[in-house]
Design a protein around this ligand. Structure first.
Ligand code: AMP
Length: 320
């Protein structure tokens, strides 16, 4: 499959790379890293990365403004995105060919070539493998983006789906480019003071049910009071996914601009993406997101999550 993708990359002179809406470092690292990888090996090609930019992750590189291109002669590569509706910034049906490179559980087929490995830690890991298998030239810039994508999605190689392959590919990248990887961590893990203060609010006001569901509902007034946006709680949730006896964590923030409640959900072994699916969401088995329209829907989602916590003990899962 990696060779097949390389053949398509070689064939097309115009290549557009997209990823999912609400990008995280893996979505950005895999798409921007892939753009730079292609240009490093084929400097004459026109390669564009599209989608809304995320100022918080500007260090991962810039997003292009797509010029007028001849779509009939262009290849679209979408990274880190399992379904059509979550592709940011392009209409895939305009392109001559579409390739998907993803590590989410399968949702739908939308590409001509689909490379899906839902046991891979990250989309960035798949791009590193693409580079390795095809013996592409890699430099430090490319390596830093792909490495940060892997590190962010695995939370520094902590989460499930971090495998020997993840470590092997990360080591290959470091060795190949002499990457000073420890100097990159500041970029990912430096927090704003207001986020730390806001996490104090979350810690004090989070509810924990008898069944092991920890949750907080944050309305727009609270977010304004702390000067944070609806994505902030989700960015802090990893710090709460290792509390004794807590099986599932859900942080739900009102997003007035988009007119939904942005929920991030994490678990330590209970499959949560099926419940997220009922509330305009999805994602990974243990790391999901949902977008219910109202706080009433949030309550009903929390009830479903609480029920699943009640019915499944951690011993029933494969998490020790
Ligand atoms: P987040 O909590 O936003 O970091 O998202 C965790 C995971 O769930 C990521 O893989 C997201 O791509 C996925 N996800 C978040 N929101 C949604 C959604 N509304 N629909 C489908 N997947 C989502």
């Amino acid at each position: 499959m990696y060779k097949k993708i390389a053949r398509e990359i070689k064939k097309y002179n115009i290549i557009v790379i997209a990823r999912h809406i609400g990008p995280d470092p893996d979505a950005l690292g895999s798409s921007i890293g892939l753009k730079e990888l292609i240009l490093n090996n084929y400097p004459k090609k026109q390669v564009y990365v599209v989608g809304t930019s995320a100022s918080r992750f500007r260090y991962l590189g810039n997003i292009d403004k797509l010029p007028d291109i001849n779509y009939k002669k262009a290849l679209l590569i979408v990274t880190d995105t399992p379904d059509l509706k979550r592709i940011d910034g392009v209409e895939s049906n305009k392109f001559s060919k579409v390739i998907k490179i993803d590590h989410h559980p399968f949702v739908e087929k939308y590409a001509d070539i689909e490379l899906i490995d839902d046991k891979a830690s990250s989309a960035s890991q798949l791009i590193i493998e693409l580079a390795k298998v095809n013996n592409y030239k890699v430099n430090k810039e490319i390596a830093s983006k792909l490495y940060l994508g892997v590190v962010a999605d695995t939370n520094r190689f902590l989460y499930d789906y971090t495998s020997y392959k993840t470590l092997e590919l990360a080591a290959w990248l470091i060795k190949k480019t002499n990457l000073n990887f420890t100097s990159l961590y500041d970029k990912l893990y430096t927090k704003l003071l207001k986020e730390i203060i806001f996490s104090g609010y979350i810690s004090l006001n989070m509810q924990v049910t008898d069944n092991g569901l920890a949750y907080i509902k944050l309305n727009d007034d609270i977010l304004k009071q702390y000067g944070v946006d609806p994505a902030t709680a989700g960015n802090l949730i990893e710090n709460y996914n290792n509390i004794d006896k807590v099986k599932v964590v859900a942080f739900c923030s009102e997003d007035k601009t988009n007119d939904y409640i942005k929920c991030s959900i994490r678990s330590k072994g209970i499959i949560i993406n099926e419940i997220a699916n009922h509330y305009n969401g999805g994602g990974h088995a243990y790391a999901s997101g949902a977008r219910p329209k109202t706080f009433e829907e949030v309550d009903s989602m929390l009830e479903e999550l609480d029920n699943i916590c009640k019915n499944i003990t951690l011993e029933d899962t494969n998490v020790e």
